[in-house]
Design a protein around this ligand. Sequence first.
Ligand code: F6P
Length: 309
Amino acid sequence: MNACIRAVVRTALYRDAEIYGIQQGFQGLVNGDFKLMNSRSVSNIIQLGGTVLKTARCEAFLHEEGRKLAYERLREEGIEGLVVIGGDGSFRGAEVFSRSFAIPVICVPGTIDNDLYGSDFTLGYDTATNTVIEAIDKIRDTAASHDRLFFIEVMGRDSGCIALNAGVAGGAEAILLPEKETAIDDLCKNLLRGVKGKKSSTIVIVAEGDANGGAYEVAKKVQDRIPLYDTKVTILGHMQRGGSPSSFDRVLATRLGYAACNLLLDGHNRMVVGLRANQIKSTDLEDSLNHHAFKLSDDLLEIATVMAI
Ligand code: F6P
């Protein structure tokens, strides 16, 4: 987020536009919490996780009255366009707002879930996946030393992107995904094959949206069927949402922030900027919201199974 904020601010200044940071997302719009930015306002933030502008869930913005207030605040300040960085909820808010009021909006996909249509990758996803791999590697040390079975739960809401990619990169023995149902009996068969094959450690990645009900639930069901394991559960939680961004995320954020600001200044409206096949492309905001973003490649699903033998 910070790398993107920096890119938007500096692109605007480069083009001699005035630029304001809105504190706490839509809440700041409603409250009129605007901060005039200069180039130094965004110095030394490219390496920081989180967002220096802060963010918030905003109840008022869900209602027309709140959105009207936000529009009036923008008018009072003379603000003529918005760049919104966020996930599905932010995009939906931006869509309703720009449909009702004469304020052009350009959206930048920012979520660790990688679940938005219009970009192969969303901001934060690469960093979160790297954090998960680091955790898997560390947990693997204990798993291998003690011959243990670990269930590691990762974030992603309804998307299995983090789970699948971190699972393959971390050499997981099984990966449970929201997009693909796994029967516990099949999982047990795989695990027993590993025992027969003398595997010294076993790691099962469970995406938080998996239909079996989370890592504790899966661990319990497996233990009830095959009690021969010393089993542990780790929920990685919010550590996946923080930390210094990867080089990939910093460059992507800079490219998308630059593109979003230029689109806005060139008179575009209701677009999502994204990276597709390594090219910066824009997608109509409504189209993006109307499409389900399925980003699990079939070959990777197959490869994950083959690599686990
Ligand atoms: O959408 C991003 C995400 O990190 C999901 O992966 C996760 O389910 C959720 O947000 C956590 O949100 P909160 O911090 O509000 O619990």
